[in-house]
Every structure is written in C-alpha cells, then in structure tokens.
Ligand binder design. Sequence first.
Ligand code: IVH
Length: 670
Amino acid sequence: MANIQAEIQTLTEELKEANHQYYVLDNSVLSDYDFDMKLKQLQKLEEAHPEFASDNSPTKRVGGAVTKKFNTVKHDIPMLSLANTYSKDELEEWEARNQKLTEQKITYVCELKYDGVAIGIKYKNGELVQAVTRGDGAQGEEVTCNVKTIRSIPLSLRGDFPEDLEIRGEIFYPLQNFQKLNEQREELGEPTFANPRNTASGTLKMQDSAVVATRGLDCMLYSVHSNSKDYPGHYESVEAAASWGIKTPIARPRYIETCDTIEQIMGFVEYWDKQRSKLPFEIDGVVVKVNNYRIQEELGFTAKSPRWAISFKFKAEAALTRLNEITYQVGRTGAITPVANLEPVLLAGTTVKRASLHNADQIEKLDIRVGDYVYVEKGGEIIPKITGVELSKRDLLVMPVDYIANCPECDTELIRKEGEAQHYCPNDLGCPPQITGRMQHFISRKAMDIDGLGSETIELLFQEKLVGSPADLYELTFEQLIQLERFAEKSVNNLIAGVAESKAIPFERVLYGIGIRYVGETVAKKLAKHYRTIDGIVNATLEELVNVDEIGEKIAESLVQFFADERNVEEVRRLKAHGLQFELSEAQLANTTTKLKGLTFVLSGVFEHHSRNELKAMIENNGGKNSGSISKKTSYLIRGENMGPSKLAKAEKLEVKMISETEFVELLNG
Ligand code: IVH
C-alpha cells in the first residue's frame, strides 16, 4: 500500500512539474507521449485506490464534472474596474493628481491589459479551492471545475506561499487555439466564433468541464491578495506569485516594467501599441499601477475603480463614412444628445449607422458638418463615436451645424447651465420622452424590475393618459388595462401582479429607481446604508451629504435640488403610501447596532489588523459615519501607520481626537 501511495505521489510530482514547465514557463521537459503515459498510469492507480487520489491531482485537468447551475459567490474584496485614458495628456493629469494626494515619490508598474475575463482564484494552504468570475463586481459565479482544467493555473502551489491567498488574473483565449477551434468548427459545419474574448467568457461558463479542458484557455495573473505583508508593492507580489508557480508577466520580454517617469510609461505604451499584433493573445491597452501598497492605500478608490491604477487604451479601429443627418434625442433627465446618422459602414465586424456626437461643443470642436466624411471609431463603448473630419473631402457648400434651440419633442426652449456641456429641455413635467424615460428607468431591471411591464407598454400607457409618473403605476386597475388593444386578461393580471410584487423591492433600489441625477446603483446603496431611511436623506443638508464617504459635491447638490422640488417630495409621499420600501428592512438592519450613532470618523494611514474597507464597514454597521476629510465635525481620527503629515497637521489644528486601530476596536466593544 505504502508503495502505491508513494508511486502516486511521484507521478503526481513529475506531472505537475512538467505541466508547470510547459504551460507556465513555456519550456518542454517531457515529450507529449511520455506525459500521456504517465498521466494514464496515474489515472489507473487513482481509480484502483481512490483513497490516495487528491482533489488537485493532474488527472483532474481533463475535467469531467458537469455543473447545471453555477453557485453565486460573494467576493471578499470587490472586483472593480479601471478608469480609462487614451492620451499622454490624460495620463499626465492622472499622475499629477496622484502626486497631489501623496507626498511620497511614486514608482509605477506597467503591464499589458489582457483582453479576456477576470477571475479570482483562492488557495488554502497552497491548494486551489475556489475560482469565481467577476460577475457584477460584488459577486460572481463559481466556476472552479472549469478553471481547474486550465493548464497554466496551478492546482497546488510551490515554494513559500501564504496560507490564505487569492490571486486575480485574466483568463483569455490564446489566438492560436482560437484559430484552431474555429477551423475545427468550420470543418464540422458549425458556426465559427466572432472573437476570442467572448469565446473565452462563454467557454468558462460551459456546463461540461471536459469540453472546457479541450479548449486551451490560458490565464495571466494581475494581482495578489493576502494578509501577509511580505512584499512592499505590486511588482514584488507578482514576483512572489511567480515563485509559487503562477503564470505571471515576470521574466517575459517587456510584459511588465517599473517606471519612474511619464516618458518611461509612454515608452511602454508606444512599444506595445506597435508590437501587440506579435503577441500570442489579444490586449486592448496597458495598465499602469502605483507600485507601493501604502501609497495605493493612501490614494484609495472611487466608487468604481482604484485611484492608484489606470488603463491606457489603444486606439480602436476607425472607418471613414458620410454624415447624412444629425438628429436629437431627449433623455429622461431632459439632456439632449445629438446623434449622427451615417452612411452605413463596416467597422470591426459590424455595420455602423449611427454614432453619438455627445453635445454641441463636441460638434463645434471637431467642426463636424452635415455632408462631411467623418472618422468613426468603436472604443469600449457600445455606441461608436465620431473622432474627426476628413477635410480634404469636404464639399465647399456644407454649412456649420446650427444647433437646435428648442426641444425636438415638445418645442420648449432649451437651456444650458453654466459649466455644463449638455443642453437640457427644462419641461420635465410636460416633455413626453422625459416622462416615459423616468418611468422606464423606474421599472428597469436594476431598479424595480417589474415583471410584465416593458418600455413599450410604458409608452402605450402614457399615450393613453393612464400614467404620468411612477406612482401612477400603483393605481392602475384591471378595468383600465383590459380596454387597451393587445391586452388580454392574462397580461393584465401579470402586469398588476408585477406592480404589486415590486413593493417588496429593497430601499436602495427604490432610491435608484426614482431617478435622481448622479444617483446610480452604487451611490444609492451608499446612501441607503448611511441614512437608513428616505427621511434621513430628504432632511440632510448639503454639508452633511458632502461629508458622507464617497459622496461628492455634484451628487450632494443634485440630491438637495431634487428634494427641494415639492413635486418630487409629493411623488415620494405617494409611492410611500402605496407601500414601497423607503427604509432598510429588518433583515438589513439585523447585523447592525447604533453604538457609534452621531459619531463621525476619518481613517488615515495604513492599518495592521483590518483593511480600510473593513473598518469603514464596522463604523457604518454600528451607526457611525465615515468621512473622507477632517473637519470640526470629525469625532475621531483613526490613525494608522504612515499617516500623511498634512492630515496630521489639520487634525492637530482642529483638535480632533486621534485614536489607534486598537483603541477604536475597544471603543466599539466597550
Ligand atoms: S488590475 C481594480 N491588471 O481589466 C481592478 N486588470 O477594467 C484591478 N485586466 O476587470 C485590475 N489586464 O479583468 C488589471 N494587467 C491587468 C489587467 C486587468 C486586464 C482587466 C481586468 C479588470 C479590467 C478592469
């Protein structure tokens, strides 16, 4: 028995090493034949002695497990996205902002921006235990079985790894494998796949892991998350990950570089902009990160992305075509968007007929005229944009655009507020697309998600004068609806039931749904958690709002303005009367206390026992408030290591009480 166990172990080690050499280090130490023979031998032994077969044996690479439905798993740390830049100027602005936020000298790390799908992989005691997709950033799907078939992802780590570890990276389709896949499909008469990224994403979510195993996906690490602080920065953590057997950009020619100047960063960007077609996989830009973890913490995050990283996107493919007409769209906030109607043109695989022109300034800046030949580009966004005019093809007779002065829908004179690029139609109560737009937003999936009710029905109900605001939906009757064309009894009942069910939708989604400008999903969540009830928000002053963590002036002003309008307050009152959720539910409050009620905290520096986000959550969950800046209202400054000198000076000047992380925990428990 001991012999067999030893043999299994030897084979396992040999196969793992060969795998690592081949898939991680691009180095072949065993012929394909020898590899297969050893693998078969191991399979045989494991079948005969399942008690010795480990979960992470190389034999598991071939897959086999079938998942009907993937579990949803919450990320320990949210998987955020990155802010984009497209020019050296923007990069310089970013760098200048960073340098304003910290007094320390910043070293940057440049990496490739792999064009695939993000994955978070957890290792416990060096063994791969879970792999989760990005999902919506807060939670994703557990695709462990499929990820285990990807040969470049180690099932067990080597070297001196931390006990608890999450690595994050990008799973992508190597171009050669993608091409092979399409050739095979063509032979079989099956439709071919359009692009490697979507195919990688689709493959990762296939039910049969044995099929995934044949696809040849690959993965490159881009971040390391663990509580052990053995390395001072990102670059060092990537080096450490490489030593644990993970595939990283380290030791690959110019895949990763540290840079001290913008010139060096631009050198990296320009090199890869030219060389990217030679890579064995697709990239869509370069990612620039602040290396040092302490400085990363100091710079922190916006609601969506870290301030300490940015992606420099390469210019997308462009096409030249004729601008036939400019039309104007009115959004739910009354914002006017000019739309270019183009002579249809093929661009990056799809036919483009329309493009956004953004606003009047944009038209003026690019001097776009109807009849011009314009350059159209498809960036990351779904709607293509116009980036320039081919002046050599301009007809002498074309005239500059006479931007509309009145609303194309209701003829009200447009306004343009100081400092804003967009024209607005101020007739919010009378302008049809604004009324329906608000209601369509209210019923949308991320807001009230009302079953049986879609955008077209909203338009119909509005035309029939049955509804003019979200609250009207809750007063619709069977008799009214059954009279409408195309409405049978079943759809009427569905609609009424869907509307009734929406009354259980949690507060933060109602808050998002009522459509306050700049209050997106994330901000709505933040506000709901902080104030707990709508009354708290309605009664908050501008100053209080600005002091809420992650709420800026623009959002605060918009909120105050919204609730200063009696009509909005009345609409909220009606919705409340219909039973919609305007406070956090018992369940949402269950894990919270009011121990820190009335206290405002500012965090500064780096902490030893909890991450910044953990501390912030502890404060909020106990009724305290987080604020980003020190003022007279700050109750406590929780002082970490390496706190910035300017903050310290301010705290001392205002005589704000300073406590350590430990003292804070005592305050909470005491
Ligand atoms: S770092 C907080 N590094 O780009 C986000 N991301 O827009 C930190 N990506 O979801 C991400 N290559 O899937 C990072 N070298 C790289 C990357 C990279 C590709 C993807 C990633 C992320 C998206 C962000």
